[in-house]
Design a protein around this ligand. Structure first.
Ligand code: FAS
Ligand code: PHB
Length: 394
């Protein structure tokens, strides 16, 4: 088979890229190793930057998001008895974030692809990339026991942190940077009324907690947990009790508990692979970088990579221009590292580090006091949380 762009991975990155190319006359094939149901069963991100919302609309898959998503203009930071609202809209000239689960975004993209008759191969096993140094790289995969080959002009590695694409790049051609945090997040999804109207980030003596949501009737909560913990160690009653002890008392008193629809533990790490291009292979999204979810940047960074990659490929096919292809990696990384910094800062500010000294704890309190008193500090948090502009990716 022959196509213009071979895309590995049907998560948000791969589905969004394929859709934007399709709408601009560029042919692609998506290879996904899991089933569509499996992809939809993963509970992940919940906060979309305005740029990500724009990308979904550009992909003509934003209707349900605009109808059902919740527009939030602020977040709350809690520490001890202090509660501070960060007025995102007032501090950023009106910018907001959209509460709309990654699962829903992925479903909307899958529905758009199905309506358009896109070529997405689910349960494509043993995907391999070859002849990357030629003008016609190849993808091979196994489907229903038969091997298939796809000849393409370019390959987009949208296959996440554990995918095959980054591993195909010779180690001496790649620089990687990593910070592994000494804790994880235990998440719970429940059909209960969210405890607050906006997200509540909590720095408590006993650790971090986050009160988020998917709708006005579906809540998403996270509590900091040790790296060695397993979900099996956490019956939901223990989760609710622990969460209550981390929240301010007046918030805990309003907490509506219920049966867990899903519980999972995510480790926290920061990771970047440079460059994000190797010959005719482009890395995008989690295949190239991972951020701790504290800043709600993971999915949104994937969207900004796809903005830059789709624009570059469309310019190449429509106008024969290669300049944006040449600048793809540098432009992505300029924004990626700003998001890494912000995610590191939010994580350091809000979590209880096992080896933290009393001095470290005082620094956290000083940072929170500075945020409470300084509009400049609040503005810095707000402009990063709503998302830095795409266009300044230099
Ligand atoms: P994805 O990992 O979503 O998709 C990659 C796809 O490639 C998958 O469907 C996979 O099956 C497929 N694939 C992998 N290897 C393959 C191969 N060899 N062949 C074919 N297909 C292959 N971000 C936030 O902003 N907030 C959060 O709260 C948050 N929570 C998260 C929790 C977890 C457990 C994880 C892992 C991530 C979380 N993230 C969060 C980040 C997450 O939302 C990612 O940023 C987002 O899924 C990135 O999308 P993709 O780049 O498409 O990668
Ligand atoms: C979520 O709702 O899953 C979520 C929200 C904000 C974050 C991380 C996760 O910072």
């Amino acid at each position: 088979m022959r196509t213009q762009v071979g895309i590995i991975g049907a998560g948000p990155s791969g589905l969004l890229l394929s859709r934007l190319l399709q709408l601009n006359g560029v042919d692609s094939v998506v290879l996904e190793r899991q089933s569509a149901d499996y992809v939809l069963g993963r509970i992940r991100a919940g906060i979309l930057e305005s740029g990500t919302c724009g990308m979904l609309r550009q992909a003509r898959a934003g209707e349900r998001m605009d109808a059902e998503g919740l527009v939030h203009s602020g977040i709350e930071l809690c520490s001890g008895s202090r509660r501070q609202r960060i007025d995102l809209a007032a501090l950023t000239g009106g910018k907001t974030v959209m509460v709309y689960g990654q699962t829903e975004l992925t479903k909307d993209l899958m529905d758009a692809h199905e309506a358009a008759g896109s070529h997405i191969v689910y349960e494509a096993k043993d995907v391999a990339i070859s002849e990357l140094d030629s003008d016609t790289p190849k993808l091979t995969y196994i489907k229903d026991g038969a091997e298939h080959t796809i000849v393409c002009d370019f390959v987009a590695g949208c296959d996440g942190f554990h995918g095959v694409s980054r591993r195909t790049i010779p180690e001496d051609q790649l620089n990687t940077y990593e910070r592994v945090y000494p804790f994880g997040w235990l998440g719970l999804l429940a059909d209960t009324k969210p405890v607050g109207d906006e997200l509540i980030y909590v720095n408590s003596e006993r650790g971090f907690a986050l009160c988020s949501m998917r709708s006005r009737t579906r809540s998403r909560y996270y509590i900091q947990c040790a790296l060695h913990e397993n979900v099996e160690d956490w019956p939901e009653e223990r989760f609710w009790e622990t969460l209550s002890t981390l929240l301010p008392s007046e918030t805990a008193a309003k907490l509506e508990t219920g049966n867990a629809l899903e519980m999972s533990i995510a480790p926290l790490r920061g990771f970047v692979a440079e460059p994000m291009r190797h010959g005719r292979l482009f890395l995008a999204g989690d295949a190239a970088h991972i951020v701790p979810p504290t800043g709600a940047k993971g999915l949104n960074l994937a969207a900004s990579d796809i903005h830059l990659l789709s624009t570059a490929l469309i310019a190449f096919y429509q106008n024969g221009q290669s300049e944006l292809i040449e600048r793809y990696s540098d432009n992505c990384l300029a924004r990626v590292w700003k998001a890494q910094r912000f995610s590191w800062w939010m994580t350091t500010l809000l979590h209880r580090f096992p080896d933290a000294s009393a001095y470290d704890r005082q620094l956290q309190m000083a940072e929170l006091n500075y945020l409470a008193q300084s509009t400049a500090a609040q503005t810095a948090l707000a402009e990063n949380y709503v998302g830095m502009p795409y266009e300044d990716g230099k």
